[in-house]
Design a protein around this ligand. Structure first.
Ligand SMILES: *Cc1c(COP(=O)(O)O)cnc(C)c1O
Length: 468
C-alpha cells in the first residue's frame, strides 16, 4: 500500500547544508541555498497490488497515486485531484501520453499532446496550477523569471497564461531559437507574460538569471520565483508516465525505456519510478553529439566540452543539472557531492567514483546518436512505418536500438511533435504534411516581445517597470 494518509515528505539538499523543507517550500525555492538540489528524504514504495491496479486507472488517477506520498497536508486530497484534472484538460489525447505501438517489441510513448508540443507541458501545466493554488490561498503573488533555449519557455507561458497570481518573464536568445519555438511564446497575448529577446546566446540569458537570483535582497523584495528544470515538482510530474506506460504493456519487466537526455530530468523520473516499485529492465540515456553523460557511464569521465549545435537543440547541453540527484542517490554522501560539484565548477571536470559508476550501470545503459544516424532514423521510420519522428525522438530511437536486443521491449520517449522542428524534419523526408494547423496559424499571428541588450540592468529595468 502507499504510505499512510498523513505522511508528510521532508526534502533535503544533495549538498547537505541547506535547511530541510516541505513540499510547498520546495517547489517555490527551486535551487537549495547551498547550491544543491532538493531530494525526498526517502523513496515512497507503492505496493504491487496498487501498481497492478493502475492498468484499470486513467492517467489522472495514476498521477494522483504517484504524487500523493510526495505532498503533505498543505493540500487536501480533493484539491489535488481537482488540480490534476484541470492540468490535463488541454491535452489533445484522452490518454494524455498515448503509447504508439510499432510492433510487439517496440513502442513510442508520445509526450507531445500538450499545448506547446513538447513533454515540458506535462509538468508545467500542473506547476502553474499548484503554485496558483498556494499563492491565491495565501493572498500572495510571484514574479517568475526563466531562461529558455526553446521548449521550457513556451510550456511555462502556456501554463501561466491568464494566471493572476504570477507574472512570467522569459528570456530567450535573440534570433537563436527556431521561429516555431519563438512563435509559441510570443503569440500569447496575456498581461502577465513578458517575452524578452536578449542579444546574446542561451548561456548569456542563463547568466543574467543567475546573477539576478544571487542578489538575495532584490530576489526577496520582488518576490522572484524559478521554474527551471531542477524544480522537484517537474520531476515528480514526469514519474507518472512511466507507471502509466508500463501498466498498458504486457511483460513490462522486459521494457527498456530510451530517453533523449539533456538536463537529466525526464530520465531521472524513470529511475525514481523504479525506486517506487515499478518493474522494468533498464533506462537508456540517449544523447546527441553532446554526449557528456554517455562518456560518464562508459569511463567515469565527466568533462565539459564545448556545446555543438545539432538538429536536436533541446538536448544541446553539457551541464546536466539533475545528474547530481542520481549521483547523490548512488552514494548518499553530501561531502562527495560538494567535492565533485566544486571540481566541475572550477576545473570543468570530475571523475565519477567506481562505486557510483557501477551502481548507476545497474540501472542505466547509454549511447550517442550522430547527426547522420538521426537523419537515417527519421527517414527509415517515415518510409517503413509512416511515422514522422522529431529529431529528439530520433536520438532516443537510434540509441535505444543499439542498446536493446530482440527479447526486449523498447519504449522510446517521444519528447516533441515533429512540427516544432518542421524545417529540419521536412527537409529529411521531403514532405510537410505533418505540420499541423496550429503551427501554420502561428505564422499569421502577431508577436509580442521586447528586445534587450545582454545587460543585467536593462533586464532589471523591464522587471521593475512591470512589478511596480
Ligand atoms: C527538454 C527536452 C529534452 C530533454 O529533457 P531533460 O529532462 O532535460 O533531459 C528532450 N527532448 C525535448 C524535445 C525537450 O524539450
Amino acid at each position: 500500500m502507499i504510505m499512510t494518509e498523513s505522511s508528510s515528505m521532508i526534502y533535503k539538499s544533495t549538498r547537505g547544508k541547506a535547511r530541510e523543507l516541505g513540499f510547498k517550500d520546495v517547489i517555490f525555492e527551486g535551487l537549495a541555498s547551498d547550491g544543491g538540489l532538493y531530494v525526498p528524504s526517502s523513496w515512497p514504495v507503492l505496493g504491487s497490488k496498487l501498481i497492478e491496479s493502475f492498468s484499470d486507472m486513467s492517467y489522472q488517477e495514476i498521477a494522483y497515486n504517484v504524487f500523493k506520498p510526495y505532498l503533505d497536508d498543505t493540500i487536501s486530497e480533493d484539491t489535488l485531484k481537482e488540480i490534476i484534472h484541470y492540468s490535463y484538460k488541454n491535452f489533445t489525447s484522452n490518454e494524455i501520453t498515448p503509447l504508439r505501438k510499432i510492433n510487439n517489441n517496440e513502442y513510442l510513448l508520445e509526450l507531445f499532446h500538450g499545448p506547446t508540443y513538447a513533454f515540458k507541458d506535462i509538468a508545467m501545466q500542473f506547476i502553474s496550477r499548484i503554485m496558483d493554488y498556494y499563492l491565491t490561498r495565501d493572498n500572495s503573488h510571484i514574479n517568475i523569471l526563466g531562461a529558455t533555449s526553446g521548449d521550457t519557455g513556451s510550456a511555462a507561458i502556456y501554463g501561466f497564461e491568464n494566471i493572476k497570481s504570477s507574472n512570467v518573464f522569459i528570456l530567450h536568445p535573440y534570433n537563436l531559437i527556431s521561429p516555431t519555438q519563438r512563435k509559441f511564446m510570443t503569440t500569447i497575448n496575456s498581461e502577465n507574460i513578458i517575452n524578452i529577446a536578449v542579444k546574446g546566446n542561451f548561456d548569456d540569458c542563463q547568466n543574467i538569471i543567475k546573477e539576478i537570483f544571487s542578489d538575495e535582497e532584490y530576489k526577496k523584495s520582488n518576490n522572484l520565483g524559478a521554474i527551471n528544470s531542477i524544480n522537484w515538482a517537474r520531476i515528480m510530474c514526469q514519474i507518472t508516465y512511466y507507471f502509466y506506460s508500463a501498466s498498458r504493456i504486457k511483460d513490462n519487466e522486459n521494457i527498456i525505456y530510451s530517453v533523449p537526455t539533456g538536463n537529466f530530468g525526464d530520465i531521472l523520473a524513470g529511475y525514481i519510478s523504479k525506486k517506487m516499485g515499478l518493474k522494468f529492465k533498464k533506462l537508456n540515456i540517449a544523447t546527441n553529439e553532446n554526449n557528456i553523460l554517455d562518456r560518464t557511464l562508459r569511463s567515469g569521465d565527466h568533462s565539459i566540452k564545448g556545446v555543438v549545435s545539432t538538429t536536436s537543440p533541446s538536448i544541446d547541453i553539457q551541464i546536466s543539472s539533475n545528474f547530481e540527484r542520481l549521483v547523490y542517490d548512488s552514494c548518499k554522501d553530501s561531502k562527495y557531492i560538494q567535492e565533485i560539484m566544486h571540481s566541475l565548477k572550477k576545473e570543468g571536470v570530475f571523475n565519477l567514483s567506481e562505486k557510483s559508476r557501477s551502481y548507476i550501470n545497474n540501472y542505466f545503459s547509454s549511447d550517442t546518436a550522430t547527426e547522420d544516424e538521426v537523419k537515417d532514423i527519421i527517414l527509415q521510420y517515415y518510409v517503413d512505418h509512416d511515422i514522422t519522428l522529431d529529431p529528439h525522438t530520433a536520438v532516443g530511437v537510434s540509441c535505444g536500438k543499439k542498446q536493446s536486443t530482440a527479447n526486449d521491449i523498447l519504449v522510446t520517449l517521444s519528447t516533441a511533435h515533429p512540427a516544432k522542428f518542421k524545417d529540419t524534419v521536412s527537409k529529411i523526408i521531403s514532405n510537410d504534411s505533418f505540420i499541423t494547423d496550429k503551427v501554420k496559424n502561428l505564422d499569421t499571428m502577431e508577436e509580442n516581445m521586447m528586445i534587450a541588450n545582454n545587460n543585467i540592468e536593462e533586464i532589471k529595468d523591464i522587471i521593475n517597470k512591470k512589478v511596480s
